[in-house]
Structure formats: C-alpha cells, structure tokens
Design a binder for this molecule. Structure first.
Ligand code: HEM
Ligand code: SF4
Ligand code: SF4
Length: 527
C-alpha cells in the first residue's frame, strides 16, 4: 500500500507541476479542491434559491414549470438550472478527487482522522441532495430514480407499507409525497452545509474560498458550458409506462444501473463495507505518529504565537496556573496534535543561541526537542566539507525527504525557528543554509510553508533577523517528484557560496555550545 501511495503521490505531483505552469501555484486547481468544493456548493445554493421562485411544487405542475423556464426563460432561470446541475456534478468530481488526494498525501491518519471521517458523512449528504433534486423535476429520469430508489429502500423492510407502491400508477402518487421530497431537497443541503462546516473545525484558517481569479475562471467556464449545452430535460414522467431510455447523470447517478442489475443484499453489503472501511481507514496500520507537543511553563509567557501558528487548532490559551506574572499560558490538546513541530518554530524561547543551562523552549516536541535539534545541526555541519558548504533543513514530505550528510529532515520546515538559520551561518557551521520545504501549492502541514515564507520575509514573528545575509539563505519548495531540480539547485547554491568571500561577522561556536553535541544518527522526520 505504501508503494502504491508513493507512486500515486509522485503522479499527482507531476500533474500538479504541469498545472502550476498553466495556473501558477496559487491558482492550481488540484491544490484548491476543498475551496472549490465550497465554491460549487454556494453556486448550487444560490441558483437553487433562484429556481424556487419559478418552480411549482405540485406533482403535475413541477415538470411543466421546469419545461417552461428551461425553454422560455433559458437566459436566466434556464441558465440557473444548468448552473445548478453542472455545479452539483463538479462538486462530486472535486469531492472524490480531493478524497483520493488526501489519501495519497497521507493526510487523514491518526490524529488527523476528524476531517476524514466527517468527509465520509459529507459524501452521503452530497449524494442525497443530488438524488432528491433529480426527483423534483418529475421527468422520465426522475421516475426511473424514484422507482429504483424506493424499490431498494423497500428491501430493508423498515416501512409499514412498501413506498414503491406510490409509483405504481399516476393515481397513486400523492402530492404529500412530493411535498416531502421538496422538503428533503431543502433540508438535506442545509445538513450538508452543517457537515461541511464541521469537516473543517479541527483545522486552523481552513481555505473555504478559492482565489478570486480561479473562482472567476471556474464560474465563467460553467456559464459558457451552460449556454452551449443546457442541462437536458427528459419527457414528462408517465407512471403508466416504464421509461426506456433516460439521460443519465454519470456523476450523481452512476450507481443506479448497478442498483438495477445487482441483488439488493449485495448493494446493502457493499454500502456497509464501503462505509466501515472508509471510517476505519485512519486507524489502520502502519501508524506513525510522534508524541504530542509539551509545554514548559517556565519558558512560556503566553504570547500566543504557537496558538496562531498551529495548523490543527491543537493549542489554546488558558489562565495562568504557575504564579508567573503573565495572565495566560498555553495548553496542548494531545488528541489533536500531529507533532508537526510548527509551534516549536514559532516560540520566541526557541533560540539555539541560549547557553545558560539546558536548552529548553516554551513548547517542544518530546521526540525531537530543540536541544537535540541543535545537536543534530552541529553534528550534521561536521560532516560537510569543501568551500561552499550547504546545510539543508528539509521537509519530510518534499523532494529532500531522504536523510543525507549535511541534511536535517524535519516533519515540517516551519519547525526550525528562524534563529536556527542565523545560528548556522553566524557560527560558521556552513557557508549557507538551504530550507527545502514541500510543494508551495499545498504544504503537507497546511500552513508550514506559508509561515516559513512570512517569517523569512520579516512579516510574521518570529522573523529571520535582518543581520542574516539573505544571499546565504536559499528557500526551495520541491514536491516529492522534483529530486533532480532540487539537486541542481543545491549544487548551484554551493558553487555560488564557494565563490563568495568569507562571512565577515562570523562568531565561532563557543565551547559550551559545542559540548552540547551528542552523537546522533541521521534522522528522518516522518510523522
Ligand atoms: C465537497 C465536499 C468537501 C468539501 C467542500 C471539503 C472541503 C475541505 C476543506 C475546505 C478542507 C481544508 C483545506 C485546507 O484549508 O487545508 C478540507 C480538508 C480535508 N478534507 Fe475535505 N471536503 C470535502 C469532502 C471530503 C471527503 C469526502 C473527504 C474524505 C473522506 C475529505 C477529507 C479531507 C481531509 C483528510 C482533509 C485534510 C485535513 C488535514 O489537512 O488534516 N473531504 N476539506
Ligand atoms: S506540534 Fe503541530 S499540531 Fe502539535 S501543537 Fe504544535 S503546531 Fe500544533
Ligand atoms: S509561543 Fe512559546 S511563549 Fe508563546 S505562548 Fe506558545 S509556548 Fe508560550
């Protein structure tokens, strides 16, 4: 499974790189699937509300009203109908691509289970919203769905009377049943919205809007497609006949031909297995999770930088408990912490220059504490030779994930406090530092790349100090398939550094800093 995932990961990365060239990394649609899902939801919601102005909810009037506005008012209500349908289809497409991508990127496991499991519920609500919508049109496709769905539901034996009977003849179909469908087609999308909101509750600064440009292109393409190819409308439903040929929607209704041809027991068993497997997936082995971050109150002033930088809403501010003269302190929720280390990189106490006593910071990773990281950096620097020495701080999810001499691999590059870069250069541990994160379009830890760029640009605390010579710092964002360009960029950086005069503000490593170095094996930083 890990091999399959790795191959798919590189495959996705290659396609995304091509899309980066077309759209730029900020607008890359494959990195915006969640936000696009939200965007399509809002298009469906707005066009749906508009359509209700013209839609008649009676059994006999429904089809007539849809036919009327599709033909006579094609330029507004008809257009809204096509947008409503195509945006629903795209929501399904985006949802499954997003699901596969999150699985491929391994962002659903262990303590990240919440978004995955709520995502499974989102699938149900998307399908139920779509199916009840098709039902309302009351054309031959609606008739086909109504009969097939009710026959399947009747096999459960939970209704006092078989509901498929409602569709035996035109006389049997009651307006009450139809009103129930209208109610469901409003209530279920509202529940879907609630579920989508819950889906993003355990992540900070969730992206629910695609960039404006991408949204405009997408909407424009949808309007053009709707005008060129308006949503089809079948013949009016006729319960005295069995529909022979219907215009299928392969996004929302692709399971219907299967339901028709496979015994109901097999269908229900399949549905059960799919859901149990999907919900259980985050807990299946192999589980690789580090211990949750730990707070050291003696080194915490309650500044809240870690709270703001944690991508998983795992840290909160609480009243101070230790009598120190600060109002607040922080508390980590170990059930939410994925051990990305971003909080450690954010804490003002995380400075490798501090030499009095043991090197402890306000918030640390028990499996990879700051003191050990400083030791690793000094030891890694010892393995570098030549005149253009580059020490690489790498992300475990990008192209530089493999441990090598002179490379420190971290769960996220934002785990390294900017002062570590200052430390490496000013202490002459290397001529330059390369920070190689994962793909810029979509950081494995959601916000790690964004925070690192902002810290280095001096736009977010803790920033990289002005005294650090920028020509000696290289930031790179190579996705997992970009090893060749990464190696080329590192080699070019090394020769540039070799040609530079020695760094004049060098302050060699003090004895007590060097004494801190414990022999460490090259560590991978996988979470
Ligand atoms: C149309 C339906 C869906 C919408 C609109 C949606 C939306 C989103 C959004 C906005 C994010 C946050 C992206 C970010 O800011 O990093 C997200 C993350 C995620 N979604 Fe969905 N989602 C949908 C369906 C699903 C489904 C069906 C699954 C899987 C069963 C799923 C699994 C996930 C996972 C695992 C994450 C990542 C959480 C993390 O980074 O830890 N989503 N989704
Ligand atoms: S390690 Fe990552 S997930 Fe855990 S508290 Fe720190 S920033 Fe949040
Ligand atoms: S960043 Fe450090 S000092 Fe600030 S609240 Fe978090 S642990 Fe405390």
């Amino acid at each position: 499974m890990t091999g399959l995932r790795g191959a798919l990961r590189r495959g996705f990365d290659r396609i995304e790189r091509m899309l980066d060239h077309v759209f730029g990394s900020d607008w890359n649609p494959l990195a915006q699937l969640g936000p696009l899902g939200w965007f399509f939801f809002w298009i469906v919601a707005v066009t749906g509300i508009y359509l209700f102005i013209f839609f008649d909810t009676g059994v006999t009037d429904a089809y007539a009203s849809v036919a009327w506005y599709s033909k006579d008012h094609w330029w507004h209500a008809g257009l809204a109908r096509s947008l409503h349908r195509y945006a629903s289809d795209l929501m399904v497409l985006v949802m499954f691509t997003h699901l596969i991508r999150e699985w491929v990127m391994d962002r659903y496991r262990g303590r990240r289970w919440f978004s995955w499991v709520t995502g499974v519920l989102v699938i149900w609500f998307v399908y139920l919203s779509g199916i009840t919508g098709y039902w309302l049109v009351w054309d031959d496709l609606a008739q086909y769905i109504a009969v097939t769905t009710t026959e399947l539901l009747d096999t459960l034996g939970i209704f006092a009377e078989p509901i498929a009977r409602n569709f035996l003849s035109p006389l049997k179909l009651s307006s009450r049943f139809f009103t129930l469908m209208v109610f469901l087609h409003i209530a279920i999308p509202l529940l879907l919205l609630l579920m989508m909101w819950i889906h993003i509750q355990r992540i900070t600064e969730a992206r629910t809007h695609p960039p404006r440009g991408l949204a405009a292109i997408t909407l424009g393409a949808l309007v053009v497609a709707s005008l060129i190819m308006p949503a089809p409308l079948g013949e009016a439903a006729d319960l005295s006949k069995v529909p022979v040929r219907v215009d299928m929607d392969w996004f929302l209704l692709s399971l219907y031909p299967v339901i028709e041809s496979v015994p109901a027991g097999v269908i229900w068993a399949g549905v059960l297995c799919f859901n149990v497997l999907m919900v259980g997936l985050p807990w299946l082995p192999p589980r690789r999770e580090g211990s949750a971050a730990t707070v050291f109150l003696d080194h915490c002033n309650g500044c809240a930088r870690c709270v703001e930088d944690c991508p998983y809403a795992a840290i909160k501010l609480v009243p101070r408990t230790d009598g120190l003269p600060f109002a607040l302190q922080v508390e980590v929720n170990p059930d939410r912490c994925v051990a990305c280390g971003i909080c450690m990189g954010a804490c003002p106490s995380s400075t490798p220059f501090r030499r009095s006593g043991e090197l402890i910071t306000g918030i640390d990773l028990p499996d990879r504490p700051l003191a050990a990281l400083r030791s690793e950096v000094i030891a890694a620097a010892g393995s570098l030779q030549g005149s253009g020495r580059v020490l690489t701080i790498a992300c475990a999810h990008g192209a530089a994930a493999n441990a090598q001499p002179g490379r420190i691999v971290l769960p996220c590059v934002a785990m390294a406090p900017p002062s570590l870069v200052d430390f490496i250069i000013s202490r002459g541990l290397a001529e330059g530092v390369a920070v190689a994160g994962c793909a810029e379009r979509d950081c494995f830890n959601r916000l790690g790349g964004t925070w690192t760029r902002a810290r280095f640009a001096g736009e977010r605390d803790p920033y990289l100090r002005a005294r650090v010579p920028r020509e000696r710092v290289l930031t790179l964002w190579p996705g997992p398939s970009e090893t060749i360009s990464l190696d080329d960029a590192l080699a070019e950086f090394a020769s540039k550094l070799a040609a530079m005069p020695p760094y004049e503000k060098l302050r060699p490593l003090e004895d007590d800093e060097a004494a801190d170095v414990k022999p460490t094996a090259l560590q991978g930083g996988a979470q």
